[in-house]
Design a protein around this ligand. Sequence first.
Ligand code: ACO
Length: 372
Amino acid sequence: MAALPNLEDWIVSSNDALNISLVAPTKSGLQSISTFNPRFTYPIFGEEEKIFGYKGLKINLRYRANDMRPHLKVSHTKVFKPQGDAEPDDIVGILQEGNHLPKVAFVKESDFENGSKQLSNDWTPPGTLHDTFDGPDGKYEIWKGSLVDPAVKQLNTRVQILIPLFIEGGSYIGQKPDSDSTELDLSDADRWTLFFLYRKDESESDPSKSSYVFVGYSTIYRFYWFHPTPPASPSDKWELPAGDLDLSQLPCRTRLSQFLILPPFQGKGCGARLYKSIFQHYHKHAQTKEFTVEDPNEAFDDLRDVCDMEYLRTLPEFNSLRINTDIAIPKSATIPSLIVGGDKAEEIQRNAKIAPRQFNRVLEMHLMSQLP
Ligand code: ACO
């Protein structure tokens, strides 16, 4: 009787098996600009982040660096022969059924490679050019567009898988919470604005030609602004007033929902530049009354604190706020009474459009930094 195989030997880490790369066409074919692994794969391959049934498994998710057309290639050196209930995980099936990638990701490899060689040199990202800056390794451009724009929607569909792969608890735009359905509800697409960050590389042989490399993106959602206070129970009462309204003209609370800089570009100041550009845009946006962030993680909190502090310290009225060291602190003291100019704090916060909790956090850091 043949010995039973040790099933453990056929289990691999899905985080290690999945390789994501950005590729660009060169004269000698498609070349990788960079390759990296995801931080999380549990939303796709399950809590344990393990795949069963292969040896030498490679799941290569290649992206054409400019328009982020994806291509998936799964390869292995050995596959487990089904025995009883044990059979190899259907990797392509899992990705297709979960609607994690658009159909174009599953075409023949030669179609992807031939198509990638043909992409024209005058391609530009979707939306309109919103901002530019010089980074440590080249010129960067931020493009802005509405999710209603089919080109913006297409790019979002191609890159959305990167959100759960890099943000813990991250979900897709339109994903129904606590539902097994993989259908995305984009009926409120007009409320979403996307900011795409690209590095613009000049061709060494011909400076008039340039190519775009996708660096990261952020998604922004517009809520109706309830004033002076939102309903006590936000659950189903956050509805817009009835009637035929031009949503773009209503006062709104603008919420940054997703924010991602791809690993090869992290730690270079790109995130801070993208955040500042988005914040400045909505600070000037007349309808926006408050700019908030949905469920920020620790790394994003750090970035946001640094950027918000930098902005607030450009305001003389903010800079003049300091702890009142001239008084003995009474037991019943309120925060504003402990700060010189504290009665102005709320007005500064409102004008800055930074949500009260975040403003108070940065103010506290500002005041603490003044202590000897
Ligand atoms: N840990 C601690 N501080 C950090 C980190 C970090 N991981 N990342 C940035 N910072 C702070 C630093 O203070 C840094 O200042 P420094 O230049 O003096 O070091 C400042 O933020 C700006 O750093 P950047 O280089 O601009 O940050 P980066 O481009 O790497 O972007 C980000 C940071 C967005 C967290 C990026 O690493 C990323 O996309 N990570 C994976 C996805 C993610 O976590 N997204 C945020 C989820 S929350 C949300 O979407 C609302």
